[in-house]
Design a protein around this ligand. Structure first.
Ligand code: XIL
Length: 313
């Protein structure tokens, strides 16, 4: 198989990329996306600040365009994301009554997941609800005003709005076993025990060079054993820039390890990289001095990590 999507499909997997509507007019961007990937995650277009910038005023235009493109190409679509503390419009943060915030959150989910119902394969219902480096809930307006129950309320609302999408909890630094992934594990186990709808866990896998957790496969397997699918949702491996041959070789090995770990877990069904090309990766904006984290370079050339991923599939 000559492309990532063909090789993944032969293994019963899906290989996706995050994409931005603002770049779709660039021919090499769209053609690389369409050639290699069979799943698309809108990078920003489905986030709350875009879709409901003021209360009860909805804007699905940019996301609708990406959805139409994905559908025309036969790509599965990951909805990203319904409830998150970032890219959240100011009006949500200003709500201080529990009933009011619950109704705003339920309304947002009903409207957005309802709008896309039937078109979304997987929804990241709640994103990044735990603090990094611990099993403690992150201090967000949802946590403060609604309390621990906001996550299950969000999942119930998402199921009601779109009964056909797989509903995922998504977070970073839960790729290996640690106190944060232990907390997500406990959450999923509790949801399964109580019948709260949840179908998958997303491991973002924003990794640094040479640091794929050695227990990533075991960590994915323990989630799978709870009865949920596991998705690698935002894979990238950043390095200090400029890239050189030895760094790119380490990166290739990192991608190979992640792909192989996923293939070793039957319920690891999706691998998604967080961008088509290094040219537009989020990494240099957020981690100054780092970049070159993806499979295609600034000129859409295949990097060693591309070849290693294809070989591992
Ligand atoms: C990032 C986008 O890539 C950027 O364009 C945007 O400016 C900030 O958000 N975890 C997530 C993603 O769940 O939504 C983030 O995406 C990257 C980290």
């Amino acid at each position: 198989p000559g492309t990532l999507k063909e090789a993944a499909a032969a293994k019963g997997r899906v290989f996706g990329a995050a994409a931005a509507q603002s770049h779709m007019g660039e021919a090499a961007y769209a053609s690389t996306l369409d050639r290699e990937f069979n799943q698309l995650t809108p990078e920003n277009e489905m986030k709350w600040d875009t879709t409901e910038p003021s209360r009860n005023s909805f804007n699905f235009g940019p996301a609708d365009q990406l959805v139409a493109h994905a559908q025309a190409q036969g790509m599965k679509i990951r909805g990203h994301t319904l409830v998150w503390h970032n890219q959240l419009p100011g009006w949500v943060g200003g709500i201080s009554s529990r009933d009011d915030l619950l109704s705003a959150m339920r309304g947002h989910i009903a409207k957005e997941a309802g709008h896309f119902a039937g078109k979304i394969a997987y929804w990241d219902v709640v994103n990044e609800a735990f603090q990094d480096g611990s099993g403690v809930r992150r201090d967000s307006v949802f946590q403060r005003v609604i309390g621990d129950g906001y996550i299950e309320e969000a999942f119930r609302a998402a199921r009601a709005a779109d009964p056909t999408a797989e509903l995922c909890y998504n977070d970073f630094n839960i790729d290996g076993r640690n106190s944060k992934s232990d907390a997500v594990y406990a959450l999923v186990k509790d949801f399964k025990a109580r019948g709260v709808p949840i179908d998958c866990v997303g491991l973002q896998a924003h990794l640094t060079l040479g640091n794929v957790p050695s227990d990533m496969q075991a960590n994915m397997q323990r989630f799978a054993d709870l009865g949920v699918d596991v998705h690698i949702t935002e894979l990238d491996v950043r390095m200090s820039t400029p890239a050189d041959g030895s760094k790119l070789a380490i990166q290739a090995n990192d991608y190979k390890k992640v792909v192989s770990a996923c293939l070793a877990v039957s319920r690891c069904t999706v691998i998604t990289v967080w961008g088509v090309t290094d040219k537009y990766s989020w990494v240099p904006d957020v981690f100054p001095g780092q970049g070159a984290a993806l499979l295609f370079d600034d000129n859409y050339g295949k990097k060693p990590a591309y070849n290693a991923s294809l070989e591992a599939l």
